[in-house]
Design a protein around this ligand. Structure first.
Ligand code: HEC
Ligand code: HEC
Ligand code: HEC
Ligand code: HEC
Length: 361
């Protein structure tokens, strides 16, 4: 860690200089477009600055609400460990051991496990009655649907279809869905934040006392989302479920690396003792930053320069919660802006790093 911290002081000066230089160059090219989209981006960034959170049980609708329009997506999801964990987890001996070490009475009902393994819903007739209705579900990744459900499929009139919806209406609809709490895949950073919220464990005691793993250390956004989890039916009007385009996968890959750093910094922020948890999450943050730096060596991308600038000004140490959380929030906003702006065409230099189909889980 010492080596890392020393290195940071040297790099921070350079990357701030680079960020300023690149930002100046970029602003000359993009100033018109940036001006036009500034006001919309600001509200969307503000929404995204929020860290991904467990779906609020009072706003969860359940996958039965989605099935009438998304039957194929639901069928795919039912075959994944995300859905199956609902029936399986509490029966596993390792799960019972972890729970016993922490004094958790009910794996399905104690918030500690529920936040990442289940979806809870409040009973509409008695809001205090909250039960687990599924494993990791649609709304765990896309956000609780109560507020955005009606908006997200409203093309703007009875006779308007996906094809005939005016571009401006579509833009407005997508933006509104995000404002209402949807983690809409129109912005891949919102999706990456969802994955990393669970796949990086942010609970020190769960690991040090409970013996839970620190999350999926080998998690990577493209390979983990394009295999068994994939449900890309809407874009082909239900005809196929193909992997995303090369350009989109580039954006997803970089968004995933940024979200890895964000979630790792949040995890380090909750580390208070020098033990398995603190060491593992600090290494994970350092690794995420090193990966971004090697991508940046190929891309020289202004948004990555910003992310690395934030990282270089924060120390990976125990009991440093406030600065680390603040850095994570800043990175979240930059990650959102990156995914909002990037079409992937400017990211060809990293194609070699983006996992090929054989690697899809
Ligand atoms: C009444 C039909 C209907 C219901 C119910 C419905 N959806 Fe959709 N959904 C659609 C349509 C139509 C689209 C395609 C919108 C488009 O063309 O962009 C869509 C698109 C999406 C998208 C892709 C992003 C987007 O905005 O295009 C996601 C994610 C999604 N729905 C999730 C859900 C979830 C989760 C539920 C259940 C909580 C749900 N939907 C319920 C009709 C529905
Ligand atoms: C921060 C999110 C998070 C929390 C909180 C959490 N888990 Fe997990 N858990 C995960 C993830 C992600 C995995 C899958 C990790 C992997 O193998 O890639 C997992 C895996 C597991 C496994 C291994 C599953 C297998 O495939 O064999 C067990 C057992 C388990 N969790 C039990 C628990 C129990 C019990 C609790 C509550 C005391 C809990 N978890 C709380 C995220 C979480
Ligand atoms: C609410 C928490 C949560 C979210 C959000 C989440 N996961 Fe998971 N994921 C889990 C847990 C828990 C498991 C392990 C389930 C088990 O084995 O019981 C898992 C397992 C998986 C697996 C199977 C791994 C294996 O080796 O079998 C894949 C693939 C996966 N997740 C991908 C993703 C992707 C991609 C995203 C984001 C788009 C994501 N997950 C979002 C909690 C989550
Ligand atoms: C593990 C997290 C996760 C879960 C669970 C999940 N989604 Fe998704 N969803 C994603 C990701 C990531 C994408 C973007 C994938 C891509 O672009 O390749 C996506 C994309 C979509 C799309 C747009 C597909 C297209 O063709 O563009 C729809 C619609 C959708 N999801 C609906 C659902 C519904 C309905 C459920 C529940 C049955 C669900 N999702 C469960 C992560 C998830």
């Amino acid at each position: 860690m010492n080596r890392n911290r020393l290195a940071l002081f040297r790099i921070s000066f350079l990357s701030i200089t680079a960020a300023v230089l690149v930002a100046v160059a970029a602003s000359q090219v993009h100033s018109d477009a940036a001006e036009a989209s500034k006001s919309t981006l600001d509200t969307r960034v503000a929404a995204a600055v929020r860290a991904a959170e467990p779906a609020d049980p009072h706003r969860v609708m359940g996958s039965q609400t989605c099935v009438k329009c998304h039957a194929s997506e639901v069928a795919v999801w039912q075959q994944t460990p995300h859905a199956q964990t609902f029936e399986q987890l509490h029966r596993r001996p390792e799960a019972r051991q972890i729970a016993a070490r922490l004094g958790v009475q009910s794996i399905k009902y104690d918030g500690r496990c529920v936040d990442c393994h289940y979806t809870q819903q409040a009973d509409p007739s008695d809001p205090h009655e909250i039960t687990a209705i599924a494993g990791v579900s649609c709304e765990s990744c896309h956000g609780p649907a109560r507020d955005w459900l009606d908006v997200h499929h409203d093309y703007g009139g009875e006779h308007v279809t996906r094809q005939s919806e005016p571009a401006a209406h579509r833009e407005q609809r997508l933006r509104e869905s995000v404002r209402l709490g949807m983690r809409n895949p129109v912005n891949l950073y919102l999706m990456a934040q969802s994955c990393y919220r669970c796949h990086t464990v942010g609970d020190e005691e769960l690991v040090n006392v409970g013996g839970h793993n620190t999350g999926s250390l080998d998690f990577e956004m493209v390979s983990w989302s394009q295999g068994m989890v994939r449900h890309n039916f809407v874009r082909s009007d239900g005809k196929t479920n193909a992997a995303s385009s090369r350009e989109r996968l580039r954006v997803m890959f970089v968004a995933g690396m940024i979200a890895d750093l964000e979630s790792s910094l949040r995890a380090v922020a909750s580390a208070t003792v020098k033990d398995t948890y603190g060491l593992t999450v600090a290494k994970r943050a350092d690794r995420a930053a090193r990966r971004l730096k090697s991508a940046q060596a190929k891309l020289a991308h202004p948004r990555l320069a910003e992310v690395l600038g934030v990282y270089d000004n924060v120390q990976l140490k125990l009991n440093n919660s406030e600065p680390l959380r603040k850095a994570a929030d800043q990175i979240a906003a930059i990650g959102y802006a990156f995914a909002d702006e990037s079409q992937g065409t400017e990211l060809a230099a990293i194609d070699r790093f983006v996992p090929p189909p054989e690697k899809y889980k």
